[in-house]
Design a protein around this ligand. Structure first.
Ligand SMILES: [Zn+2]
Length: 279
């Protein structure tokens, strides 16, 4: 119960006037001062709690519900090989996939170009999925490239310089630097120079020529994901990095939209001669 400071003072004055003994008076004053302090605390603490609910909630729930669900799903799908350190996903010996529950529609390596049908090397891994579904950063890092300019290659894409951490055979944590390229994005939530945590939502899946303004060289919704050892290098085999990389599903190359996409890639960089299809 709150004691109004003014009331307390009045009581103190009245009490002091009837107590003539000096020692008793100072004791009484001491008690009254404590009572006033308690009264002030009783008023101010609820006032603080009422005016700062957001900070309280943030402190109570470090992860957003989305993150929590994401982590939980990864744990279930990967036999609890996923550790959560400081709110981040960390695999025992590899990095997580950039999508949740996404199937691989085209793996890394030699394949028939989905548009021209000619043999071509695919420098990334294609994950099929629902249009505008979430794309997550596979490791901590910094965004070094954001492209939303129209092109016939990767469409909207970002490159993250990842500073990944992996547990080695001896149980120690090793840091390694690599670049992740995330292409054909419907929307990008990052800006250049931004630091990013493993498992962070970085954008939405795109690549649908009918619905995306800048799908790149793509015939259907998917994420083209590359791992590079340098920012402008070619994609390397992701099998040594991400875990577990699913087997590509049997491809049914549905090239119905090919006629609209026969234009050659716009850059001299052969890497940008994306892309593929699913659905
Ligand atoms: Zn691809």
């Amino acid at each position: 119960m709150a004691i109004d400071p003014a009331t307390a003072k009045a009581i103190a004055k009245a009490a002091a006037s009837v107590v003539t003994d000096k020692e008793t008076r100072s004791k009484l004053l001491y008690i009254i001062l404590i009572a006033i302090a308690c009264g002030v605390a009783v008023i101010l603490i609820p006032l603080y709690l009422l005016t700062h609910p957001l900070e309280m909630l943030k402190a109570a729930f470090a992860d957003t519900p989305d993150d929590a669900a994401f982590i939980e799903q990864y744990k279930q799908e990967n036999d609890d090989k996923v550790l959560v350190i400081g709110g981040n996903l960390t695999f025992e010996d590899a990095y997580p996939l950039p999508v949740v529950g996404g199937s691989v529609t085209s793996g890394y390596g030699e394949r028939a170009d989905p548009i021209t049908g000619e043999a071509a090397f695919h420098y990334g891994t294609d994950f099929g999925g629902v249009w505008q579904s979430n794309i997550y950063s596979v490791a901590d890092g910094e965004v070094v490239k954001v492209n939303t300019a129209k092109n016939d290659g990767y469409g909207n894409y970002i490159i993250i310089k990842h500073t990944g951490q992996r547990t080695n055979d001896a149980g120690g944590i090793e840091t390694e630097v690599f670049y992740g390229l995330y292409a054909h994005m419907n929307d990008i939530y990052m800006f250049e120079g931004q630091s990013v945590k493993q498992g962070a939502l970085i954008g939405l899946m795109g690549g649908d020529p009918d619905r995306d303004g800048n799908p790149g060289r793509s015939t259907g919704t998917h994420l083209h994901f590359e791992i590079r050892t340098s920012q402008d290098g070619t994609g390397v085999d992701p099998a040594g990095y991400i875990f577990p990389i699913p087997e590509p599903e049997p491809t049914e190359t549905t090239e119905t939209a090919a006629s609209t996409e026969t234009s050659a890639p716009e850059t001299a960089n052969s890497n940008e001669s994306e892309e593929t299809t699913n659905e």
